[in-house]
Design a protein around this ligand. Structure first.
Ligand code: ZN
Length: 210
């Protein structure tokens, strides 16, 4: 069971910690880390309905509850979180929580044709239809860049283990940005017009250089 900060404000939570239902074990097939070449951004289209900020999450309880919901919400994609990781914007701070979905080493079920070589990262909420302030997205996008850099350069932590970096991550990318959007591969609004201008600016920042 692991929860740790990669850099201040960027919290990583593994499946055990968010309480993944063991009746729905991790799905997918093993993928070597060298085979990961690109990142694909999604949104979950499942907003926080408990208050007036549908794309901000107030408590860990809400975050962990949503992760458990994501295990079963799309049985057509299999009874597991379809994404590699899910990012939550926490209310009242710049903090983000990244929850492990399929994780670093298994195929996802998020982008047809790209579930083995692609890492699917989904933002929790509905960034097409639901309200969110640009500033609330912009002020923590650098933490997303640190997470991407952590995967690429140093995906280890004393409380987590020592793992091989995904050294080829980001070698496949669109001409003008570091990551793909779901809509680059499919006719869809995903990851949402409110998120797109911000995610277009992320990069792979190596957290070891801090
Ligand atoms: Zn998507």
């Amino acid at each position: 069971m692991t929860k740790f900060e990669i850099v201040p404000g960027l919290v990583y939570v593994d499946r055990e910690t968010w309480g993944a239902d063991p009746d729905h074990p991790r799905k997918g097939y093993k993928v070597g880390r060298d085979r990961r070449t690109h990142v694909i951004i999604h949104h979950t289209v499942m907003p926080d309905t408990s208050d007036t900020s549908p794309n901000l999450w107030e408590t860990e309880k809400e975050v962990f509850g949503m992760m458990k919901k994501l295990q079963t919400v799309r049985p057509d994609l299999g009874m597991d979180v379809p994404y590699s990781f899910v990012v939550f914007f926490m209310a009242g701070s710049t903090k983000i929580i990244v929850c492990e979905g399929r994780g670093e080493d298994r195929t996802g079920a998020h982008t047809k044709g790209h579930n083995s070589q692609g890492i699917g990262i989904s933002f929790a909420g509905d960034f097409e239809n639901k309200a969110v302030k640009n500033y609330d997205i912009a002020k923590r996008m650098f933490l997303v860049s640190y997470f991407l850099g952590w995967l690429k350069y140093s995906p280890s932590h004393p409380d987590y283990g020592t793992f091989k970096p995904m050294k080829n991550l980001g070698s496949m990318r669109p001409q003008d940005r570091a990551v793909f959007f779901h809509q680059d591969f499919k006719k869809t609004a995903c990851p949402g017009k409110k998120l797109i201008p911000h995610v277009a600016q992320v990069s792979f920042i190596d957290p070891r250089l801090e």
